[in-house]
Design a protein around this ligand. Structure first.
Ligand code: GLY
Length: 370
């Protein structure tokens, strides 16, 4: 049942294994990469309570011992304090350059642990074992690691590719439906940005996938990882094409900032709303037909996801303030807002050529419907 996507990055190439029961097989899969049979695992309280025993047993079945650092769950862990704690703990565990550190959790743990591995002894190898759908299809792949600064999200970090990614589909079974659907926002993004046939497949299979269909989940994670790895192989450090992965993100980052990066709007929910806005903007600019944003919205609606600004509860600032927040996005170059727009489903492209008044009008209209 295990599928493998290879990320061909020369001497930094690695495999992403996707399938059920991978925690149980983790020892067998990791052992060939180890100089000595011990690993340090960084995880969070939620994941530890649910899955750390399974990981420990899986590693032990290949004779690998582990020590674990269990951090608090949540975005606020991605900070200097927990980075320092993690690095100092890894040093106290006497992790050497030839050892592997294991990041066992969602995007927060993956980003923080990957960054700790990047700076520890000027770089030790690490393995990603992502436990959320978002981490399996996005953050565990491609080597972006880092922490947040009081000045903004993900502003401190490094590119440091993992040596292996193990995406155990069974682990997704313990996610809340809301978190799962937030991760699905990133899955559907891949179809929208570069693969119309995948989008069509998701229109048909999305409901089964959300309900727990294993084969559909494996296929969706595999195709997402394949698409991400193809883009990362073309443009590892985001000089060009990799920016396509940010479809919906300029809107999303502004909405996350406006809602306090918390429970009101999860990142993947913001991505879905942002993608709907990006398609609407594309249609208004005459780049794609009006049917495309309608089709995007309809699918997100059918999946029970947030689609429009009116789906975000509580106060939102006005269009000027949202535009101002969009201007603070770290992808802004020379003060120019850039957007990923689309000529159709599966045909995204990057442009800085978007009249501010069209974006303003779109946001003002969407806000007036709330
Ligand atoms: N999540 C976007 C990227 O990895 O480039």
């Amino acid at each position: 049942m295990m599928e493998t996507v290879h990320v061909g990055l020369g001497d930094r190439a690695y495999d992403i294994h996707i399938g059920p029961g991978l925690l149980a097989q983790s020892g067998a899969l990791i052992a060939p990469m180890l100089a000595r049979k011990q690993v340090c695992v960084v995880t969070d309280e939620n994941v530890a309570a649910l899955h750390l025993d399974s990981l420990q047993a899986g590693l032990a079945s290949a004779g690998i011992t582990m020590e674990a650092l269990v951090l608090p769950a949540g975005e606020s862990t991605k900070n200097w304090h927990h980075l320092e704690q993690t690095v100092e703990w890894l040093l106290a565990q006497k992790v050497e350059r030839r050892d592997l550190v294991v990041a066992f959790g969602g995007g927060v743990i993956g980003d923080l642990t990957g960054f700790a591995a990047a700076i520890l002894r000027r770089g030790v190898g690490f393995v990603q074992i992502p436990t959320s759908l978002l981490a399996q299809v996005d953050s565990s792949v491609g080597g972006k690691t880092g922490i947040n600064s009081p000045a903004g999200k993900n502003l401190i970090g490094a590119f440091h590719q993992p040596r292996l990614v193990l995406a155990d589909i069974d682990v997704l079974g313990t996610m809340t439906p809301r978190d799962f659907l937030a991760g699905y926002g990133e899955v559907v993004k891949y179809g929208m940005l570069g693969d119309a046939a995948f989008f069509e497949w998701l229109e048909a299979q999305g409901p089964a996938l959300a309900a727990g269909d294993e084969a559909a989940r494996i296929a969706a994670v595999r195709r997402s990882c394949e698409m991400k790895s193809e883009i990362v192989m073309r443009d590892e450090t985001e000089q060009g094409d990799r920016a396509l992965l940010n479809l919906g993100h300029t809107f999303c980052h502004a909405l996350e900032a406006a809602t306090g990066y918390g429970d009101r709007l999860l990142h993947g929910e913001g991505v879905a709303v942002g993608c709907a806005l990006a398609f609407e903007l594309s249609a208004r600019l005459g780049l794609c037909s009006q049917e495309d944003p309608s089709r995007v919205r309809q699918h997100l609606r059918e999946m029970g996801m947030k689609v429009d600004l009116k789906d975000i509860k509580g106060h939102l600032p006005d269009a000027d303030a949202l535009l101002e927040l969009m201007g603070q996005d770290k992808k802004v170059v020379d003060g120019q807002l850039s957007f990923i727009l689309a000529r159709g489903i599966g045909e995204a492209f990057l442009t800085a050529d978007v009249p501010r008044n069209v974006v303003h009008e779109l946001l003002a209209e969407e806000l007036s419907r709330r």
